[in-house]
Design a protein around this ligand. Structure first.
Ligand code: PRX
Length: 666
């Protein structure tokens, strides 16, 4: 492109705030009729049968929605099905056994390809192995694994025998693993010896073993995948630990009938951060979740089984569950899995993979897009990305500049972008454009999906005017919703429903789900999500509880008190700022700073590592003793300070401000 044309294009993009999908895209889209919004509204909740129709049921359900006991909703009650059958057997039986299910790209460029038949075989063998180890229906199996094919295989094997899985992100610490196994009373673990990061082998079993040592109940068995081979760390397996390959060898050719699960039986648990220090075990069930993951994969990601689809998230988070594993495999498509990071060995790695596999649909996070922008367009320009048809983003707000960069440099102005707002709790996408229907507005996720009733309200629950900031709420249940917090119905009601519902009512209309996000809506109904309004921060698309980090910090010797806030960060979206008061007799020096960072990494993992540790003699507190976090955020962001008049100790803020400025300069 000539320089002149380039300048002209930049100017046009800067002004153009609305983008339309091309006629070519619309013509081939799975959903292209705008009537779908009205159809879903007029025919609610039966409209959700369209989602249920995308999967196979052993027994039909009798009721689409049972809302007799809000907020404990049930979907597709009476239906029986198996998620593993839906992701495997039916494709094998329907003539697609040789279609590629998973294309796995290892960090070193080694690859593995699993057809649906291959995946079916290995899932069956591993399901047989799990049974032999004593796993019974409804036992929670913890999977502490990185991005290797054995992870989705283990998930589907669990689903096959009706054992809910609880995947713990491999980057989490030993302590985080133990907390989650304890909470779920999980007696089985699948893990691996290690994996590769930026070329080096990383010891994972050591961390897993340390986690196991912290489990407060008996652990029946652990399965260990040998990922590193000769690069391994020479661990000897413990008495109740079994090698994955040995187990499979013992079960070669075994077949396990998929267990019939009730629609409302638990498919998996996923722990996520909330306001308190304790992570929440979000419970997803079989029928509603799988239908919803399949439906949104079909309607929003526009997946066809002939496609090669790639979501670059980690399966350790909900995005990977819904949109690497369950949604795409239920639809019988080819899903790409990548083990490594986007900049190894070079900054063009992702684009190389897209070219190599002729990827049709690519789904990633704004934090990654901001890094790509920083690295520059010359990396994607080295590759032929013309196979792409659709792009997506998830996990945090995307600023219009990053959106436009993605649109132009990755999508060649030819691929619609879906900016999808949702959460661990929602199971699947909630607010986004349908790529074959609506216009796109950079920075705004779009309208609620058909059948989703979302509103922006004020603190009193009244809808706010267009353009004004308020709180996002969801006024009707949906099939992919969490059913409860594991063994904690009370906290479930408290966390998500109390704020805007009439909790004494048994009329479903009086119950409103509160996701704890701020948002605004435009005249055309497009929603811009502004971010969390609780004590949760979003670092590189990873959701972290400030209380969890604070409790790790106060556990460090020499620390008296700590307050953690999220500060704006160019690449990560938000970064962790920790304000720390030392105990008498301890200095706020580099040694303590190092121990604080180590303490956070041990309790949670490197993703929660503080960007800055600021030692201060005092924290800004109201007269009633509450820490004014907003002020601490202002300080970290270098913003003008909000009102300090209600502080018991207004002077302290200036001191902290000076310290932070000094630290930020060095
Ligand atoms: O604040 C919202 C933000 O991520 C939170 C959910 O985090 P988690 O449960 O880890 O799930 C992430 C993947 C679905 C939300 O409460 N968020 C997610 N997607 C968007 C977003 N914020 C703005 N725009 C989005 N598209």
């Amino acid at each position: 492109m000539s320089e002149e044309a380039q300048v002209e294009l930049e100017a046009r993009l800067a002004e153009q705030e609305e983008f339309e999908p091309s006629a070519e895209f619309v013509e081939q889209a799975n959903v292209s009729d705008p009537e779908i919004y009205d159809e879903f509204e007029e025919n609610w909740p039966e409209c959700w049968e369209r989602a249920a129709d995308l999967i196979d049921w052993d027994d039909d359900y009798d009721t689409v929605l049972d809302d007799s006991n809000p907020p404990f909703y049930e979907w597709f009650t009476g239906g029986k099905l198996n998620a593993s059958y839906n992701c495997l057997d039916r494709h094998v039986e329907n003539g697609d056994k040789n279609r590629v299910a998973i294309k796995w790209e290892g960090e070193h460029g080694t690859t593995r390809t699993y057809t649906y038949q291959d995946l079916y075989r290995e899932v069956n063998e591993f399901a047989a192995a799990l049974r032999e180890l004593g796993v019974e229906e409804d036992d929670v199996v913890t999977l502490y694994m990185p991005m290797i094919p054995e992870l989705p295989i283990a998930m589907l094997a669990c689903a096959r025998i009706g054992a809910p899985h609880s995947v713990v992100f491999a980057g989490f610490s030993a302590e985080a693993l133990a907390t989650r196994m304890n909470s779920a009373n999980s007696e089985f673990l699948v893990t691996c010896d290690g994996y590769y990061r930026r070329g080096d082998p990383l010891d994972h079993l050591d961390k897993a073993n340390e986690g196991l040592d912290g489990v407060d109940h008996g652990v029946e068995a652990t399965v260990v995948v040998d990922r590193l081979g000769d690069d391994g760390f020479g661990h000897d397996l413990r008495g109740n630990q079994h090698g994955w390959d040995d187990l499979l060898a013992d079960h070669t050719g075994d077949r396990v009938d998929p267990v019939q699960r009730d629609a409302e039986d638990m498919l998996f648990l996923m722990y996520t951060s909330g306001t308190t220090g304790q992570p929440k075990g979000v419970k997803h069930t079989t029928g509603g979740y799988l239908s919803y993951a399949a439906w949104t994969s079909h309607a929003v990601l526009d997946i066809e089984k002939e496609d090669t689809y790639w979501c670059s998230a980690d399966i350790g988070w909900i995005t990977g569950h819904s949109y690497i594993v369950y949604g795409p495999l239920a639809l019988g498509t080819t899903t790409v899995m990548y083990e490594g990071t986007p900049d190894f060995p070079n900054r063009d790695r992702l684009w190389e993979i897209i070219e190599k596999y002729s990827v049709d649909i690519f789904y990633t996070a704004p934090t990654a897009i901001r890094a790509f922008m920083k690295w520059g367009s010359r990396f994607p320009e080295q590759h032929d990305l013309s196979s792409l048809r659709l792009l997506g983003t998830v996990g945090e707000p995307i600023n219009p500049r990053a959106w436009k960069w993605y649109y132009k440099h990755i999508g060649n102005e030819d691929c619609p972008i879906v900016d999808t707002w949702w959460q661990t709790e929602t199971g699947g996408m909630m607010v986004t454009t349908l790529p074959g229907v609506g216009k796109m507005k950079p920075g705004s996720a779009g309208p609620p999906l058909p059948g989703i009733d979302a509103q922006i309200v004020d603190t009193g629950g009244k809808e706010v005017e267009a353009g004004r900031a308020g709180y996002l709420t969801v006024n009707k249940p949906w099939p992919g919703m969490l059913r409860t917090l594991y063994k904690n119905d009370e906290r479930f009601v408290q966390e998500y429903w109390q704020e805007y519902s009439d909790t004494d009512s048994d009329d479903s209309d009086d119950w409103v789900y509160f996701p704890e996000d701020g948002a605004k809506v435009d005249d055309d109904g497009y929603i811009t999500v502004l971010g969390r309004v609780d004590d949760v921060i979003n670092v590189s698309g990873h959701r972290l509880g400030t209380m969890e980090i604070e409790s790790a910090i106060v556990g460090v010797e020499g620390v008296a008190e700590a307050a953690v806030v999220g500060a704006n960060h160019d690449l990560k979206g938000e970064a962790v700022y920790a304000y720390v008061i030392t105990e008498d007799g301890h200095d706020g020096d580099d040694d303590l700073r190092g121990r604080i960072i180590e303490g956070v990494e041990d309790a949670i993992g490197p993703i929660a590592r503080p960007e800055e540790v600021v030692f201060t003699p005092e924290l800004p507190k109201t007269r009633s003793g509450k820490i004014m976090r907003r002020l601490l955020e202002d300080v970290a962001n270098g913003d003008e300070l909000g009102n300090t008049s209600t502080l018991r100790n207004p002077d302290v803020v200036e001191d902290i401000q000076q310290k932070v400025q000094q630290q930020q300069r060095t």
